[in-house]
Design a protein around this ligand. Structure first.
Ligand SMILES: O=C(O)CCC(=O)C(=O)O
Ligand SMILES: [Fe+2]
Length: 202
């Protein structure tokens, strides 16, 4: 796993795309496991916002999600371990004080999208680095579903959700969106978190 080039990319441009970021066998297991959970009815429509403010708005986002926890399956544990190694590397490179990684699988049905947003909540600044691994074999340009990152110079960068692609970017300052997908679109979406500076009393 070329973590070095992720670090270099983040320094230079604030985002990184790694292709073939995981062994092919692990990708296949994650795909199978995700569709198994979907078939079991474990995925639920994603919300917008946080805690008491969380609401489901399919005019903003149309995916259904299921959170990854340690001990659910060998392949998801392997993925979380892999992200743990990235967390340690990010801390060594940037002194970010990342303490945690939260991650869900997200399934976008045909026709769905996620409008432009930033990943850091208004009332909780703990999400610091976003890492998304895509799980869609043979993705073509007709399938749509690109992740469009809006860069600081006003340009945009499109990332295809092709299996093995890993997108990493700073959560606070990188607006992005998921363009409408023509095909079912699967991703593991995660956030490295530091301790929140102004948590709301819950
Ligand atoms: O699936 C993607 O490409 C990105 C999803 C996303 O932006 C999010 O869940 O916050
Ligand atoms: Fe996002």
């Amino acid at each position: 796993m070329p973590f070095d080039s992720i670090i270099d990319d983040l320094v230079k441009q604030g985002w990184s795309l790694q292709q073939n970021s995981l062994p092919e066998s692990l990708i296949q297991e994650l795909i199978t496991e995700s569709y198994r959970r979907a078939a079991q009815g474990l995925l639920t429509p994603a919300g917008v916002g946080r805690a008491q403010e969380l609401t489901v708005r399919d005019t903003i986002r149309g995916d259904s999600i299921h959170w990854l926890e340690h001990g659910q399956a060998t392949c998801t544990d392997a993925y979380l371990e892999h992200m743990e190694a990235l967390r340690v590397t990010l801390n060594q490179a940037f002194f970010l004080g990342l303490e945690d990684f939260e991650c869900h699988m997200a399934l976008y049905p045909p026709g769905s999208f996620y409008k432009t947003h930033v990943d850091r909540f208004r009332d909780d600044d703990s999400r610091t680095v976003t890492a998304v691994t895509y799980l869609n074999s043979n993705w073509t340009s007709e399938d749509g579903g690109l992740m469009r990152l809006y860069l600081s110079d006003g340009a945009a960068q499109d990332i295809p959700p092709l299996a093995g692609n890993l997108a990493v970017f700073m959560s606070a300052d990188r607006p992005h969106e998921v363009l409408p997908t023509q095909r079912e679109r699967l991703a593991l979406t995660g956030w490295f978190k530091r301790r929140s500076c102004n948590p709301l009393p819950l």
